[in-house]
Ligand binder design. Structure first.
Ligand SMILES: [Zn+2]
Length: 279
């Protein structure tokens, strides 16, 4: 019998933890009336909430509310799902954009997790969710979804997913290896092997010890010069325009600068990575 691992509560996203652990209960065939077993499993995987449960008096004897008394779930959410993490989730949803290389599904799941965390009682109206979802899409997809003017969130997700798939199919090289592709690849590998051997030879036959001239001790770059590629027919995966790759996209660069401006804490960590001391 296969067994689904139970998620561990890490102090954040309490509503998502409850959702995930209930999915695991179902997956592991724990019956709807196995209340004490569910509570036991939840406590075991509740991380920092173990102490809270230990001190709880009286303890719940059902998983969910029954006979006028709160179950574990309600008591847990009352304790941990507070206004602070609601606000945090709402801000995360507000700032969340589809990331480069991220599928529509991944982006939508991330939004949904934040929306779950806001809670059913404070749920956003659907039109707000549609707007948020569309605004965060990468520009090339956003434009087409806006043109389609979807009436429901489900429709917006479907259109965006179709666009994304069509887009991927257009710009990705086919995975069918043709003879020429294999020849090109073999030639490139041979060049690489030759270049690596050259580097090794240079290193081995180099002057024994000459620390005065560091440059001569370094491996020489014997790789063939990179061929200048023509990007006229390349479509940018980010903005959808012809003539450049995503690495050279100005819209993406601008977008990233805007994000840094909105999230100054990220700017700090970015700079630390580049060895610029903080003033
Ligand atoms: Zn672009």
């Amino acid at each position: 019998m296969s067994h689904v691992t139970y998620p561990v509560f890490n102090g954040t996203n309490p509503r998502n933890w409850i959702t995930d652990i209930e999915i695991a209960f179902t997956a592991n065939n724990i019956g709807a009336d196995a209340h004490l077993r569910k509570i036991g499993l939840a406590v075991l995987h509740s991380g920092i909430a173990k102490q809270w449960y230990a001190a709880l008096n009286p303890k719940p004897d059902t998983w969910t509310r029954a006979n006028g008394a709160d179950g574990y779930k309600e008591l847990f959410l009352t304790k941990y799902a507070n206004d602070a993490n609601r606000t945090q989730a709402s801000q995360q949803a507000y700032l969340r954009m589809q990331r480069v290389g991220e599928s529509v599904d991944q982006y939508y799941n991330a939004l949904q997790e934040n929306w779950t965390e806001i809670g059913a009682a404070n749920a956003m109206p659907e039109w707000t969710k549609i707007n948020k979802f569309i605004n965060g899409l990468i520009p090339a997809i956003r434009q087409r979804v806006m043109e389609a003017a979807p009436a429901t969130l489900a429709a917006a997700v479907t259109i965006a997913t179709n666009c994304y798939n069509a887009f991927q199919a257009n710009i990705q090289p086919t995975h069918v290896a043709t003879d020429t592709a294999i020849e090109t690849l073999t030639a490139a590998m041979q060049e690489l092997v030759a270049a690596t051997q050259n580097i090794q030879n240079n290193n081995n036959s180099g002057r024994p010890e000459n620390n005065n001239d560091e440059r001569d001790n370094r491996p020489r770059n014997n790789f063939p010069p990179r061929r200048r590629q023509n990007f006229n027919n390349t479509r940018c995966f980010y903005c959808g325009n012809l003539g450049h790759r995503i690495a050279e996209c100005r819209q993406l660069k601008y977008q990233r600068e805007q994000e840094k401006r909105r999230q100054p804490w990220k700017r700090d960590s970015d700079q630390q990575g580049k060895g610029q001391p903080r003033q």
